[in-house]
Design a protein around this ligand. Sequence first.
Ligand code: SF4
Length: 317
Amino acid sequence: MYGLKTDIALDLPSKYYSLEGYEKGVARWCPGCGDHAVLTNMQKLLREKQLDPAKTVFVSGIGCSSRFPHYMNTYGFHGLHGRAFPVAEGIKFRRPDLDVFVVTGDGDCCSIGAGAWIHAIRYNINMTVLLLNNEIYGLTKKQVSPTSRIGTISNTTPDGSILPPLSPVQTTLGVSNVSFVAQTADWNPAHMYETIKAAYEHKGFSFVHVIQRCPIFQIGLVDELTSNKDAMVYLEHENGITVSEEIAKTFKNKESHNPTNLSAARDLAISQEKIYMGLLYQNKNAPCYDDYGASNLGYTVEQKEEALNRELDRYAI
Ligand code: SF4
């Protein structure tokens, strides 16, 4: 056998990364927490795309879901509350060769991090963002979050919250230069997988809203969605997120929606009766700020020094 000459050339990658290669430690989320399903799907995506762990970065803020980088065998930055986006932007801005992911929660993103979130959408820097929304502060044991529904009983709202919740999807769709908005749920892994895959393949700020179960502090939160099949609608379109025929059968309700239509996407997002799963909006031509930032990356040290001196000379008296 050995030494036989053949014309067949196998196109094998120089190194194959297995699923185990992306795993790190034992996730310390509660049993039944939706975060486990997101982690598994993310590791599967990295394996399918064969992302080099040395060139992949997960950035998070603070919260249960923000423990995500600890469980990925890649680079990671578990940062300050609400500040995942500026860190991720800085990384991508200077190292466009890296794949950057942000995992954030509803408190982290929509409350203390809201300013950073809005501007990250507008800057449209190429990264994949997962907002894991369980409508509560879980890590600090049950305080009301900006996405909590009216009537939510928590340690900070013992008589029930009184304000209407902020919709992450609606908000994201309202920001100028938005380029990708999709929605999925942790209990439909096949749909979630295709959704985060589409987000990763999009060039720009890909925002995925994941409806996430917290069986400890939000018991029964998604019972209506899981028991009433009329409540969820699967968005279909040739340019949308497609799932296998087998999986598509699990969706009782389907609706055609062209994801290039921003106005139609906003109409879907404000619906109070139905939750729309899939790709709500995509603009492949929205300008990405990192494209401009990368223009001087090839400068030598001398060129940088010269450019700096030139700038400083402008202010010489
Ligand atoms: Fe998950 Fe809730 Fe437990 Fe946090 S408190 S790990 S969100 S189940």
